[in-house]
Design a protein around this ligand. Structure first.
Ligand SMILES: [Zn+2]
Length: 328
């Protein structure tokens, strides 16, 4: 069963002049309704996260600050609804994790605002709170090992930060480098207890599907298998697609299906959580491709891109990871 967490309330956090605006989710819903798998999906209403649960991941100063209306940093806006919407977004991902752990299957949390840049102390990069981190922490506290794979074009500095010294939540990321927010080097592997549990593959401009496939085969999947998670959360950012205005990678839609396919073989209990993606057409199609793969009715769109390989970068990461994992 594939569950979709969604609420119209996610549209209330909005600034039409900002790339991260409500039309993103509207475009996704409009396309999903036309997909042949639409009738198969089980829609679930999210519930707000409690402030006390948020406080286990974020500082109380940060939570208080997010109640303000205006700009939290240079590119992170709030309106009068944003705080409540952000709590509903974190609660939505938590709910997706609960459902999948209880009933099996998979879920896509169609939430806004996104979360992966929000650190333990700071809202930033369009993100108020770290939806995925809050949900992963909640699941980990209940004895689950959680793997987060982040395919947004930007590094999820916030998620990395929150779990940097922990071994119960692994963070894996592909991202463009140099690019916002500037973190995510191969050498950032975690610290103390968490050493080896952060896996970063920074990539140059123009890499394509072959690069990501090889990276999954050579590093991400072998490490994931060895880690053996009880739950996989995908930080699903579609600004890594070749048509994205904020991107710089050359990925085609089909890579998103392959990512779901590969990680589903490691653990079928999977939750995708919406992060970035600013070309509305390809954002919606990217989501449709992932949901299609999750529910066993693949969505096909005419799309291709010529991208570079990245064998050198993969080799470097593999060398780093071999210190911690057998990589078989
Ligand atoms: Zn992004």
């Amino acid at each position: 069963m594939t569950f979709i967490i969604y609420s119209d309330k996610y549209l209330l956090h909005d600034d039409p002049s900002h790339p991260e605006n409500a039309s993103r989710l509207a475009a996704i819903m409009e396309l999903l309704e036309k997909m042949p798998f639409y009738e198969k999906l089980k829609f679930v209403e999210p519930e707000s996260i409690q402030e006390s649960e948020m406080a286990e991941v974020h500082s109380s100063e940060m939570i208080e600050n997010a109640k303000r209306t205006g700009w939290l940093d240079m590119d992170t806006y709030t309106n009068e609804y944003s705080y409540e919407v952000a709590k509903l977004a974190a609660g939505g991902v938590k709910k997706a994790c609960e459902i999948v752990m209880e009933r099996g299957g998979n879920a896509f949390a169609l939430v806004r605002p996104p979360g992966h840049h929000a650190t333990s102390t700071r809202s930033m990069g369009f993100c108020l709170f770290n939806n995925v981190a809050i949900a992963a922490h909640y699941s980990a506290k209940r004895g689950r090992k959680v793997l987060i794979f982040d395919h947004d074009v930007h590094h999820g500095n916030g998620t990395q930060d929150i779990f940097y010294e922990r071994s119960d939540v692994m963070y894996q990321s592909i991202h463009l480098s140099p690019h916002y927010p500037g973190t995510g080097s191969v050498m950032e592997v975690g610290k103390g207890e968490g050493e080896g549990y952060t896996v970063n593959l920074p990539l140059p401009h123009g890499v394509g599907d072959d690069c990501i496939m090889e990276a999954m085969e050579e590093v991400f999947i072998p490490v994931a298998r060895e880690f053996s998670p009880d739950l996989i959360i995908i930080s699903a950012g579609f600004d890594s697609h070749h048509a994205d205005p904020l991107g710089g990678m050359n990925l085609s839609l089909s890579i998103y299906a392959r990512i779901i396919q590969e990680f589903s073989r490691v653990q079928s209990r999977m939750v995708c959580s919406l992060e970035g993606g600013y070309n509305l057409t390809y954002l919606a199609r990217g989501v449709a491709v992932e949901i299609g793969e999750m529910c066993g009715m693949p969505a096909l769109f005419d799309d291709s891109a010529e991208g570079r390989k990245c064998s050198g970068e993969i080799k470097e990461l593999k060398g780093e990871m071999e210190k911690y994992w057998n990589m078989r």
